[in-house]
Write a protein that binds this ligand. Sequence first.
Ligand SMILES: NC(=O)c1ccc[n+]([C@@H]2O[C@H](COP(=O)([O-])OP(=O)(O)OC[C@H]3O[C@@H](n4cnc5c(N)ncnc54)[C@H](O)[C@@H]3O)[C@@H](O)[C@H]2O)c1
Length: 364
Amino acid sequence: MKRKSSCVVAGGAGFVGSNLCEALLANGLHVICIDNFRTGRMDNLRALKREPRFTFFEADIIEALPTSLRRQRGIDWVFNLACAASPPHYQADPEHTLLTSVMGTRNLLAFAEQVRARFLLASTSEIYGDPQTHPQVESYWGYVNPTGPRACYDEGKRAAETLVFDYGRAQRGEVRVARIFNTYGPRMRADDGRVVSNVVTQALAGDDITIYGSGRQTRSFCYVGDLVAGLIRLMAYDGNYSGAVNLGNPVEMTIHELVGKVLRLTSSESRVVRRPLPVDDPQRRCPDISLARRLLNWAPQVKLEEGLRRTIAYFAEEAANAASFPIGNPAGTSTRRLTRRSSARLSKMKDTSIPQMERTFINP
Ligand SMILES: NC(=O)c1ccc[n+]([C@@H]2O[C@H](COP(=O)([O-])OP(=O)(O)OC[C@H]3O[C@@H](n4cnc5c(N)ncnc54)[C@H](O)[C@@H]3O)[C@@H](O)[C@H]2O)c1
């Protein structure tokens, strides 16, 4: 990979963003992270704070960007990952979600234009809605409900893509768009309501495992390390293709199959309970990643079982730390069931509402 001097990661305190910041630092780059802590956590940046090539700004990308950030020079890449990504979180304040995608993307595009940096938008498979074709290729225009409760996210991202491609067409800067499919791994939040975090935390706590609908709906799950590698490759891509690129794992499975795997890996005795399917929940979701393979020579490497093991170990360690009550071995590789006390803590962690904005500031 060609070395770049500095990059900006908006949404860098989140699940994917913090993993991306870590990978960019490991590649020798200077990383400037922006986040408002809507869904991100200072804890995700704990290890990065010690790194001299890491700078943090607490800011909301909907507002004017901080002056000291706008004065920065030598920035080559701007990644925009800022946006709550799980339905309960993005639906908690739909107006903010929509404006983050539209106003926030516009602010960051203007900044990228000013400093002549390449811009990458973290878009989503949700722009395909409840798709009518399988697997989803980039040329598919989608089947989205523009007025339902998910529209603030789906339509926000579609509008953000429109803005990005308009900037590109007007030659105001080089742009990249990644359409990200379901991603899982360490630093997901226990309370984010996504399928992998739900099932793993319920299995570890010995709680009932909730399956929405029949459980026959399919998803494909990409390990976060694989996704981050794809994002960096797409940003570094110097070729002529200028459209969106799907990044995800093309191995499709039912929610039932996923639950079976998690129950086995955690040796959990949790029962499975059914709940009605949420509004506009897609029935099938699977990326066609031929384009990413061809352009970026990229494909996911981490098998689901291995990724789940790492994720289970992460949540087990989180629960133990929250309880100040160690379980498993120090390397965090244990997948055995939690003690009663840790499992109670885990159930409690899941109930925790999104914390108020944290105010800690890390200075360059
Ligand atoms: N994780 C997935 O499976 C997935 C799938 C598709 C797309 N994506 C996209 O990837 C990106 C990252 O997703 P994630 O899973 O890490 O979600 P996340 O919620 O963990 O991270 C989003 C981050 O953006 C921050 N943020 C939100 N609004 C902001 C604003 N207005 N100003 C500044 N910061 C703001 C949050 O505090 C958080 O740190 C999102 O844009 C999401 O749409 C993720």
